[in-house]
Design a protein around this ligand. Structure first.
Ligand SMILES: *[C@@H]1O[C@H](CO)[C@@H](O)[C@H](O)[C@H]1NC(C)=O
Ligand SMILES: *[C@@H]1O[C@H](CO)[C@@H](O)[C@H](O)[C@H]1NC(C)=O
Ligand SMILES: *[C@@H]1O[C@H](CO)[C@@H](O)[C@H](O)[C@H]1NC(C)=O
Length: 551
């Protein structure tokens, strides 16, 4: 690990010219300024190139024209004008091909391959001798990752598109197979255009999983075939819904960008809104004071001990999981409130002498069984293995959210895990209280998690070498009690890019050295219509190091 860190530290000095994010695992650069030829073209050297790869190439060509990002140095594009005018090296083309023997499948097919065998590596050679650049990979998904790297090489100076540091040689692949972003579309609703814009931005930094926390106690925007009453009665409005064709649209949009969509129907808690259409299935619906029955209003949980509710829930999970192409589906399992069940006469009757834990086990085996019938692997929140005594399939993936200190306990139980801890990756922390009539309230996970905080995370701290193999990766998460379309981009970007690099390039890098590259991410995102926020005054962004505390 130390040698890898040294290598990465060295690399950050050797690559002053480019601002790639995530930093490739191996890169070497030269000294030449390279102009993009006016007739530059990208060729796919494949028989029957998949449509989504052709589309990805078109998007890359479009961005090479439209980014027009001037380098973040004093004088911006003008600072390089002389080198660009004087430079003789021109790049006329980029050729994409698959490595020997690799099967030709679409990006969309490759994006939903089992996460541990997904192929995202690529090799990119950008020469300075007038010959064409070459991008090779074992999959079209790897080619897509290489294209996003290639796009980040280019800047604009007075209408000329150019790169510095050619020739450039990159051999790249992710340190961790799972690099995600979670969005809650239940506390507040997000139109498809917001989700698509977010998927675009995710793909630019090689995030490969969209964890869609689609429904919760407050609203049920997902239209599930056979369960239309849930969204009819539970969505915020008739238009604040995701229809099956919307879902297909999101899945195919994501897949074409190398992103797998893991949906979540949280159970048995976080289900109050189901009482609007199925009061028979919900214990303590909207009970007050809500604080005695739930972690946030409104209270209400599935009657997990009732055979009718188990039947309803398994059918719902089956129908909902069938809408998604991912191997994974989340059944949630967080924040189950026992007081709610203790006060629900129906549940007490249904328990019929069983303990609550026994009933939860029966319930969970039914929901995971429903997933298994659909060929899906369950994803659960950490409480399912740390606070409850339920039987879970051994391939279950556990998301550690309450605290990063709970990671070792999950690993000890032998489950694969995804880092999603509130103390590093929650984007909503530090936003102040949202519970009304409590002016002095804080967000429960204060303080605000800076990008540097997330970036400093060590995915294998507290784990043995063997347990470290259980770590699939990690993700930033946006719970949307205080977010909507209005602030989606600013609250997510560029912060969520920090975990994208952490889990692609690997941990142990210096945030100080990364800052100037992350500025590039934010400036380039803005060029592409994503409202990423400033990390510093522009004066500092143009003068790397000049605003360091000790500068
Ligand atoms: C880059 O320039 C340095 C000195 O300016 C030189 O020593 C080195 O050989 C050059 N490298 C390449 C790849 O041209
Ligand atoms: C392609 O696959 C081979 C065989 O598994 C592997 O050695 C190589 O590193 C892969 N190349 C890339 C660019 O991922
Ligand atoms: C957990 O459940 C198993 C059976 O499913 C039982 O044998 C064991 O005693 C339970 N443990 C606790 C702590 O409840």
């Amino acid at each position: 690990m130390l040698s890898q860190r040294l290598l990465l530290a060295l690399l950050s000095f050797l690559v002053p010219a480019s601002a790639l994010w995530p930093l490739p695992r191996q890169i070497s650069t030269g000294n030449s300024t390279l102009k993009l030829a006016r007739n530059f073209d990208i060729k796919i050297s494949l028989r029957n190139a998949p449509k989504d790869l052709q589309d990805a190439v078109s998007r890359t060509k479009g961005r090479l024209q439209s980014d027009k990002l001037e380098r973040l140095v004093v004088g911006r594009g003008g600072a390089d004008a002389q080198a660009v005018r004087g430079g003789r090296a021109t790049l006329s083309g980029l050729t994409l091909s698959l490595l020997d023997g690799a099967p030709v499948r679409s990006i969309s097919e490759e994006a939903v391959v089992d996460v541990v065998s997904r192929s995202e590596g690529y090799v990119l050679h950008v020469p300075s001798d007038g010959s064409a650049a070459v991008l090779r990979a074992n999959s079209t998904l790897g080619l897509l990752r290489g294209l996003s790297t290639f796009e980040q090489l280019w800047y604009d100076s007075d209408g000329t598109t150019y790169a510095l540091g050619a020739p450039i040689d990159i051999t790249d692949s992710p340190a961790y197979p799972y690099r995600g972003f979670m969005l809650d579309t239940a506390r507040n609703f997000f139109p498809l255009s917001d989700i698509k814009r977010t998927l675009d931005a995710m793909s630019w930094v090689k995030i490969n999983t969209f964890h869609w926390h689609v429904v919760d106690s407050q609203s049920f925007p997902l239209v599930v075939p056979g369960f239309k009453e849930l969204s009819d009665k539970g969505a915020y409005s008739p238009t604040s819904v995701y229809t099956p064709s919307d879902v297909k649209d999101i899945i195919s949009y994501a897949a074409a960008r190398g992103i797998d969509v893991i949906a979540e129907i949280d159970t048995p808690g976080h289900t109050s809104v189901i009482s609007k259409s199925h009061p028979e299935h919900i214990a303590c619906p909207e009970a007050t004071p809500w604080g005695s029955f739930a972690n946030e209003p409104p209270a209400g949980q599935l009657r997990l001990a009732s055979p009718g509710t188990i039947d309803f829930t398994t059918k719902l999970i089956k129908a909902a999981s069938k809408m998604f192409s991912s191997k994974f589906f989340s059944i949630g399992g967080d924040e189950i409130n026992t007081n709610c069940y203790n006060n629900d006469a129906q549940t007490q009757t249904d328990l019929a002498g069983r303990t609550f834990e026994e009933a939860l086990d029966t319930f969970t085996q039914a929901t995971t069984g429903a997933l298994k019938e659909n060929g899906k692997v369950p994803v659960v929140w950490e409480e399912m293995v740390l606070e409850h005594n339920v039987t879970l399939p051994k391939e279950t993936v556990v998301m550690v959210w309450i605290s990063s200190e709970h990671v070792a306990a999950v690993a000890q139980k032998g489950f694969r895990l995804v880092h999603a801890a509130s103390d590093f990756f929650y984007l909503d922390c530090g936003g102040g209280g949202w519970v009304g009539d409590f002016a002095s309230g804080n967000s429960w996970c204060d303080p605000f998690k800076t990008w540097q905080k997330s970036y400093s995370f060590d995915p294998t701290a507290s784990l043995t070498a063997e347990q470290a193999n259980l770590v699939l990766g990690g993700q930033h998460l946006l719970w949307t009690e205080q977010s909507g379309p209005e602030n989606l981009d600013p609250v997510v970007w560029p912060r969520a890019a920090s975990s994208a690099e952490l889990f692609w390039t690997g941990p142990g890098q210096d945030a100080g050295a990364a800052l100037s590259r992350l500025h590039d991410v934010a400036y380039r995102m803005r060029k592409r219509g994503v409202n990423a926020i400033a990390l510093q005054p522009q004066w500092c962004a143009l003068r790397p190091g000049a605003c360091d505390l000790t500068a």
